[in-house]
Write a new protein. Structure first.
Length: 211
């Protein structure tokens, strides 16, 4: 479907009539978003509005993939009920507004997460940016488990991540020769510590394993 065309989105969802919609599409180039604001807004915000509206049209539950960047990074260890913002860059703004767009779906689950490709893609990694993100082969199975149970998850927001570490520490796990840098080199404002509290997710997994 064309995510930016509401008629296209509605046509596909009305044809398929799913019980569950997992909305993973997004504009995710944080640096590019500063220059390409129109496309970033159209994909992340308007596209999410169209999906949420279409989910309501067929009574589907919407699982929306969001980001730890909705937080400003001042404290870290953010819980699901912590107040997000103030956002530090344009990408973060669009993802925060997209969360509100997703909440227009009568049945919804917003998953805040963060992941990298299987191999760290850059020659430099920042030692002063802290995160709960991990590599996609570690995070994806966790998200898949949440999707499998999505219709029974009562909470509206869920954090899925791993332990707090710097991006530099994460990068060295799979790219030992990565060079250490700082976020001042990024060319875009980055939050300092967006690590997520995953206690709610751990409790849900424990509950399922006990069943």
């Amino acid at each position: 479907m064309n995510l930016t065309d509401p008629a296209s989105v509605l046509a596909v969802i009305e044809r398929e009539r799913p019980d569950l919609i997992v909305h993973t599409a997004a504009y995710t180039n944080v640096g590019g978003a500063e220059k390409d604001r129109s496309e970033c807004w159209t994909v992340n915000v308007e596209g999410t509005r169209y999906v949420a509206r279409s989910a309501n049209a067929v009574g589907a539950k919407l699982v929306h993939i969001s980001t730890d960047y909705v937080f400003d990074g001042q404290t870290g260890n953010y819980a699901e009920d912590d107040t997000p913002g103030p956002v530090v860059n344009y990408y973060s703004l669009t993802k925060l507004v997209a969360e509100e767009a997703a909440r227009a779906a009568e049945r919804h689950l917003i998953i805040r997460t963060s992941f990298r490709p299987r191999e760290f893609a850059y020659p430099v990694a920042f030692s002063d940016v802290y995160t709960g993100q991990d590599y996609v082969d570690i995070i994806a199975p966790e998200i898949a488990l949440a999707v499998r149970h999505a219709l029974e998850i009562e909470q509206g927001t869920l954090h899925i991540a791993t332990e707090r570490k710097s991006v530099f520490e994460l990068a060295r796990r799979r790219k030992p020769d990565v060079q250490e840098g700082t976020r001042a080199q990024a060319g875009v404002t980055l939050p300092g510590d967006v690590s997520l509290n995953t206690g709610r997710w751990a409790a849900l997994k424990a509950q399922w394993s006990a069943q």
